[in-house]
Every structure is written in C-alpha cells, then in structure tokens.
Design a protein around this ligand. Sequence first.
Ligand SMILES: *Cc1c(COP(=O)(O)O)cnc(C)c1O
Length: 186
Amino acid sequence: MSSTPLTLQAVRERIESATRVAGRPPQSVRLLAVSKTFPPEAVREAAQAGLRDFGENYAQEGLEKIRELSELALTWHYIGPIQSNKTRAIAEHFDWVHSIDRAKIAARLAEARGPWRSELQVCIQVNVSGEATKSGVVPAEAAQLAKQVAALPRLKLRGLMAGPEATPHGALPRRRFGQRREPRDR
Ligand SMILES: *Cc1c(COP(=O)(O)O)cnc(C)c1O
C-alpha cells in the first residue's frame, strides 16, 4: 500500500497542532503538495487521499501533468523560476503563480491570462535569506513590486512567498516569516 495517506495524516496533524498553538482555525492553512519530479500516478494517488493543490517548478513538466490529470479538477500552482518565453503557457494552464519577482514577468502573465478564465492568483516571491541560490526580490523592493502587480488586470495578488534557509531549528524560519508579516499586511 502507498504511504501517501499516512504521510498526509501526519502533516494534517502537525498543521492542526500548530494552528491550535497560534490560535488560528486549522482551515486557515492550505496544504500545497509539491509534485515536481513525481509522476502523474503519484499525483492521482495523492488526490485520492484528499489533496487538491499541487505545485510544479518546471513549466513543461507541469503542463504535461495538468493535461494528463485534467479530469481530476485539481488546483495547480507554479512555484519555480519563470522564463519569459514560458509566461503564456503558465498563464493559460496554472491557477496560481507564487514566484513573481519582476514586474515585466507579471505584465506578461497578465497579458496572456485569457478573459474566459478567472484571475490568475499570484504571490510575490521574496528572498528572505539573502542566499544567492534563491530567487525573489530583496525584501526592500517587495512593496514596490506588489504595487505594480496589484495594478495589473487579470492578476489577483494574494500574498508573499518565501523559503527561509534550510535549518534544523524552528526559530530562524519563524523569524524570517515573522519579519514579513507587517509588510504583507500593509
Ligand atoms: C521544490 C520546492 C519545494 C519543496 O522542496 P523539497 O526539497 O522537495 O521539500 C518548496 N518550495 C519550492 C518553491 C520548491 O521549488
């Protein structure tokens, strides 16, 4: 038997206990499964276990899965770096884009989002750790970019995306996210 249902249950329990500690309703956290590098069958299995949201970081790989699994009505999130020659395909087939870090890319996505589809849900990616390997705007430029993105038609700005540096300690990522809260609210 597959381990997906068990893993999923463990993750849901962690979300529930973390939201309880934070005084938030558990439904205020949406679980996004990163399906990049996994085959369509793994996504199908995860969908059977109750997952609805999946994240991909290569346009081509994502598009193939979206096509193959279209009858499942899943919500697809683009979480990877965006090349300008891929903006049309991403805008046409994904529901969310988390990795906006340039106004030019946002404008191209807006232009390519078909009027027959709902608005593309987008996040600004912020490089909170300053690591050279990470994409994202520097924190000081996030507000300016957010203003530009919010002014575009066909896109709906939903928040910030950030990946703190890998560490075995919970305090650092919490601080990184905490530092973004006030700018996010603004
Ligand atoms: C790949 C990826 C993840 C998940 O990373 P794992 O190392 O697979 O756990 C999370 N966020 C983004 C933006 C990613 O590209």
